[in-house]
Design a protein around this ligand. Structure first.
Ligand code: NDP
Ligand code: OXD
Length: 327
């Protein structure tokens, strides 16, 4: 007796079964009208993770941080869609075959969240809202001076989908915004720097440094003690990219020496941030638990389903990662 072949499928994989189920249902609905031949199933359900043999029918995967055996169990995979803009969680997976196309989320509702997060911090710093809170606490009624807006230069490190939106939104509020990227960029109203040769100049002008570049072999630890020293005295750092870009010890030393005025951190080398980590208690650090721009289920599923349908038709899609550059 010959076994009935399984239908080609999309496999959904997340660390939590509950997340897998939500994505499975949303993707099944979205793909029913776009690519009806594809079944959508979850990796952890029905003992999938306990299966001995491979599940050869999965052509596409969608998710975050697949477990060790994931690629071994899905040898027919053509593409993996990251449920985030970042793909460092996939590129560091030792089992990721070179043949699998890695596709990232492009905005999908994250750009406006990222702009909100960064603008909120910039407004707080520029308008000295924390000082006013302190004054209220002390029963003080007094106007505080702010620096000239033109002197409050904001440097956005990473001018991709998210960085460009953050930079242009801040420029729209009249701030002086400069940007830095790997390759030369041109954005109206924003002075752009690129390449290692221009990094020090970019840093030297950044009164607020916003990190929004991917974690790659080139960006790992790029904001180290030397880079922090290049920032003007009294500068602020906002890290919404990945913890690995920033040397944690150098950041603490720079804050403690008084060179850096404050840090707003959303991402960390180890997440969740370990209990007892000095960042939790530092008076000059404010942190959030990796929520600057959250993945929105509906918009992400729409984008990914459109791309899966395009690949099924044999069309090209955008957002494919170049493995050698790491993003
Ligand atoms: P993009 O790929 O669109 O943009 C990346 C930008 O970084 C590009 O401008 C790129 O340069 C630049 N870059 C890459 N390598 C270097 C380098 N070595 N030196 C200088 N610039 C470099 O990514 P997104 O804008 O969509 O996302 C950026 C990152 O934000 C993600 O990778 C992720 O880590 C993080 N993120 C964090 C979230 C959070 O909630 N905290 C949410 C979503 C994303 P070039 O223009 O030359 O290509
Ligand atoms: C992402 C993230 O990469 O949430 O999308 O960090």
């Amino acid at each position: 007796m010959t076994a009935t072949p399984s239908p080609p499928s999309v496999i959904v994989v997340f660390p939590k079964a509950e997340t897998e189920n939500r994505w499975q249902q949303a993707l099944a609905r979205a793909l029913a009208g776009r690519a009806p031949r594809l079944a959508v199933r979850t990796f952890h359900a029905a003992g999938e993770s306990l299966r001995d043999g491979p599940a050869p029918e999965a052509l596409y995967a969608v998710g975050w941080e697949p477990p060790a055996k994931f690629f071994e169990r899905n040898p027919q995979l053509r593409a993996f869609f990251s449920a985030g803009a970042g793909v460092d969680h996939l590129l560091r997976h030792p089992g990721l075959p070179p043949s699998v196309t890695v596709v990232r989320l492009e905005d999908a509702g994250m750009a406006s969240q990222m702009a909100e997060y960064c603008c909120h911090e910039v407004f707080t710093l520029f308008r000295r809202y924390r000082d006013y809170e302190q004054q209220q606490h002390n029963g003080v009624w007094a106007e505080l001076r702010t620096v000239r807006r033109g002197d409050f230069v904001i440097g956005v490190f990473g001018l991709g989908v998210l960085g460009t939106h953050v930079a242009t939104t801040l420029a729209g509020f009249g701030y002086s915004v400069i940007g830095y990227s790997r390759s030369p960029r041109s954005l109206p109203g924003i002075e752009c720097y690129s390449g290692p040769g221009q990094l020090d100049t970019f840093l030297g002008r950044s009164r607020v440094l916003i990190l929004l570049a991917p974690l790659t072999a080139q960006t790992e630890n790029i904001i180290d003690a030397h880079a922090l020293k290049r920032l003007p005295a009294g500068a602020h750092v906002i890290n919404v990219a990945r913890g690995g870009l920033l040397d944690e010890q150098a950041l603490l030393e720079s804050l403690d020496s008084g060179h850096l005025a404050s840090a707003r951190l959303d991402v960390f080398r180890t997440e969740p941030l370990p209990v007892g980590h000095p960042f939790w208690f530092h008076p000059k650090i404010r942190l959030t638990p990796h929520v600057a721009a959250m993945t929105l289920l509906h918009q992400s599923v729409e984008q990914i389903s459109d791309k899966i349908a395009a690949l099924e038709r044999g069309d090209q899609v955008t957002g494919c990662i170049e493995r050698d550059r790491g993003y």
